[in-house]
Design a protein around this ligand. Structure first.
Ligand code: ME8
Length: 483
């Protein structure tokens, strides 16, 4: 069974930060988990490189836009490799592959009679890369960027959104287009009940973009071509058998996004797909937003966290685990370096790292080794977990299947801390003197619990999982986490 999962493609106006890493990590953990379950996963991420915002940044750095995009897209790719993100494809919107797909789609929208040219006047926020309505402004300013948007009067091509809103609403209501969490579904249904205006699909005053194929005075609106990445990346622009990936993987099983971009993904994108007569994605999941120490992440405040710095400090596996161990995926939350540091010490270095060392050291010392090591840690690998030792495996798998990643991690953490309590309660170092058989039993139980932990953490901390299994096989303890 195939599973196609995507992340948003990130703007290259700045290098990747911890929130981009957050979305990408959720997708990666899910992709790895589903591969373990035997699904044929296609995991797409990439960069959004056109539009006025990126062009302005390139100018500030004295670079031509393409050169600037190459540099920042490279930083994204490198950050993801540094975090061991197993994307199958990295789409860049300045690539020929993307442009081909986009041009094909725009021509089809025109042929289907869904676009028309008209004069447009509106307030445009370059930071958001979107037109804002009067209602969305606070004291005449964009609420997100705290700047007055530009009043723009130009000719644009428009898309006949109203033709499709009824169908979209029905599909969302019936979960044919599943929107999660529920509160985002409710919001979208309410929005669909308002009189949504047709949206612009091209811009006259923008230079850095893809030409509208039938009108060279216009560039395709950056958001419209960005959404199209989800199928341009599957070779949609190619012909016949060369477009095999599209046939194999579309529709997307999951578009994972942040809650800021639901309207684009649950209204505009499905409308475009309906016009193209293509199936809609099966699910859009919008995760929450987080702050850093209670404040919005921003360059001005100077609280932007670079995921590469965390990897340098704690290693990539611990960084992956820590970032996802903060708050439930669908909720808003807060992140602080102090809390991450404390969790690193308590949950990883102490609870998990020390547990493994203690158990292996005692097994060697009390000569339990030969008995226990007959249990091959590599046998029944992956998801063939054993339902034993008080672990609610069904509950864990259910959490993983439903993107309740935070709850799944909490279950593992709890299991590890219970195992530490089990050591303290049973004191195998004392049993070694009084009851050798009981001492063996306790250590073998812990040994098998550790095998289970190693398997459970595999999608989160793939190398730590492997290292644990290696040590459990060889019986030679080595520190799991840097002190
Ligand atoms: O919107 N908390 O790109 P973008 C959690 N190019 N997640 C956050 C976050 C925060 N504080 N800040 C950002 C774009 N994100 C478009 C997308 S898709 C066809 C085009 C994450 O660089 C979250 O996933 O502004 C959000 O949706 C994404 O970054 C926005 O990234």
């Amino acid at each position: 069974m195939k599973y196609y999962i995507t992340t948003p493609i990130y703007y290259v106006n700045a290098k990747p930060h911890i929130a981009h890493a957050y979305t990408t990590l959720i997708a990666d953990v899910l992709a790895r988990y589903l591969r373990l379950k035997g699904k044929k996963v296609f995991f797409l991420t990439g960069t959004d490189e056109h539009g006025a915002k990126v062009a302005q940044k390139a100018q500030e750095f004295g670079k031509n836009p393409q050169e600037f995009c190459d540099q920042v897209a490279g930083q994204f790719e490198k950050a993801w490799l540094n975090l061991d993100i197993t994307f199958d494809s990295f789409i860049r919107t300045t690539s020929e592959l993307h442009k081909k797909g986009v041009v094909k789609m725009i021509k089809q929208l025109k042929e289907n009679g869904d676009i028309y040219k008209a004069d447009y006047e509106g307030f445009y926020c370059t930071g958001c890369e979107k037109f804002l309505t009067q209602k969305e402004l606070i004291d005449g300013k964009c609420a997100d960027h705290q700047v007055e948007p530009e009043l723009i009067r130009e000719k644009n091509y428009f898309f006949k959104l109203s033709k499709y809103t009824g169908v979209i609403k029905e599909k969302v209501k019936k979960d044919e287009l599943l929107v999660r969490p529920q509160k985002r579904k409710n919001e979208i249904i309410s929005l669909l009940d308002t009189n949504l205006e047709d949206f612009s699909i091209s811009r006259e005053s923008v230079e850095w973009g893809i030409d509208v194929p039938f009108d060279k005075t216009q560039k395709i609106y950056v958001w419209v071509e960005a959404l199209m990445n989800y199928i341009s990346a599957l070779d949609y622009g190619k012909q016949g058998r060369q477009a095999g990936k599209f046939k194999k993987f579309w529709p997307a099983d999951l578009h994972l996004i942040g809650k800021d971009i639901t309207k684009f993904h649950i209204i505009y994108w499905p409308a475009i797909l309906l016009s193209l007569k293509l199936p809609l994605p099966k699910q859009v999941f919008a995760h929450g937003y987080f702050t850093i120490n209670g404040e919005k992440m921003s360059k001005t405040i100077g609280n932007v966290i670079d995921p590469n710095d965390l990897v340098e400090k704690w290693g990539k596996d611990a960084t992956r685990y820590l970032i996802l161990n903060q708050f439930p995926v669908g909720e808003d939350g807060d992140i602080s370096l102090e809390k991450l540091e404390a969790q690193y010490k308590a949950n990883l270095a102490n609870d998990l790292g020390n547990l493994l060392q203690r158990v292996l050291v005692m097994m060697n010392k009390f000569e339990v080794k030969d008995k226990a090591f007959k249990i091959d840690p590599y046998k029944h690998q992956d998801l063939d977990f054993q339902k034993e030792f008080d672990f609610d495996l069904d509950g864990f798998l259910n959490f993983m299947d439903n993107l309740k990643i935070f709850k799944a991690i909490k279950k593992i953490d709890k299991y590890i801390s219970q195992s530490n309590k089990y050591i303290e309660a049973n004191k195998p170092w004392e049993l070694a003197k009084t009851d050798k058989i009981q001492c063996q039993k306790v250590l073998i139980t812990l040994y098998r619990r550790l095998i289970l932990v190693a398997r459970l953490i595999k999608p989160f901390m793939p190398d730590i999982s492997k290292e644990m299994l290696n040590q459990l096989e060889s019986g030679e303890p080595k520190p799991l986490f840097k002190k």
